[in-house]
Design a protein around this ligand. Sequence first.
Ligand code: SF4
Length: 369
Amino acid sequence: MAYSTTVTRHRTREVGVDDHVVGGSNPIWVQSMTTTNTFDAEATLAQIRRLEEAGCEIVRVTVPKKEDVEGCKAIRDHIKIPLIADIHYDYRMALACLEARTPSGRRAVDKIRINPGNIGGEERFKEVVRKAKDAGVPMRIGVNSGSLEKDLIEKYGFPCPEAMVESALRHIETAESLGYKLMIVSLKASHVPTAVECYTQYAAKCDYPTHVGITEAGSKEYGTLKSAAGIGAILLRGVGDTIRVSLLGDPVPEIAAGFDILRACDRRVTQPEVVACPTCGRLDIDLERIVAEVEEKMKGLSNPLRISILGCLVNGFGEAKEADLGIAAGAGKGIIFKRGVPIRHVKEDEMVQALLQEVERFEEETKPL
Ligand code: SF4
């Protein structure tokens, strides 16, 4: 379904992270971060495999100690997706990661993430940049509202968007002065309006691709909603080349949440969207069951279909016009629509099966030759 309202994507350069190119017109990748000790390669591998199964496209691991660099070496040969080393405080861990090789001889990490504000000054940052340049390894410059440089806090009085953007631009300039351009940038804040403003201001000034997220978003339920509000607002401004939903606890639910946010914002649709009415007193059928069954059957499909399921004809006709397929249900029966045209009358107990048949037909008809 093509809508007339579209979002123009902020034009960014392309930065390769192993086989995933971030930026430009490439997909907005969904990534996550493990919660294990990276030195415990077995546990970290097990978690990364669960993330891969859930659809994670890039994964980050924490590297606070030398043993964790060893963990990266042990892990990288056994996973399919790019591995990112997350570095805080100790710039030597960044240097070690940039040198590290796996037993098969490949690089142990495909990208590093550093926060230049907390690794002990510009000279150390420069040393990391020089090494990354020599290695040809990309780097995320992760500016965080909680660790801005002192002079910027003094200048602005608070880690406001202007200060965050100035910090990012300052680090970019330093890296560029050394001839390094493989940068991806993040400007994370836990306060949604601040984060949205940071990315908006940044995008008006710079074209290195962005990693978007709302830091410390919180528990699974509220964190998902908060991330949807923040990441969604940023994506709808056309900004964002890779996203991470940060949730407390098991990272696996971050993946579905990331894809759902992309789909809801119509920025990357990788599976069908089922639109359903909230139901009300007009309802005469078991709509919840029907929607749940259809959603379950749609899992695993990669066709970006839009399917609307409505409890009556009040909005049914209008919604059905905007959907690829739809049902407007009534007392014990319903009408199936295809791109706004009624094509079948079905009984309630045949509704799901009939809709699935139409989905199959629709897929066949719209399959690329
Ligand atoms: Fe109620 Fe019909 Fe609207 Fe559903 S589509 S909420 S049943 S009026």
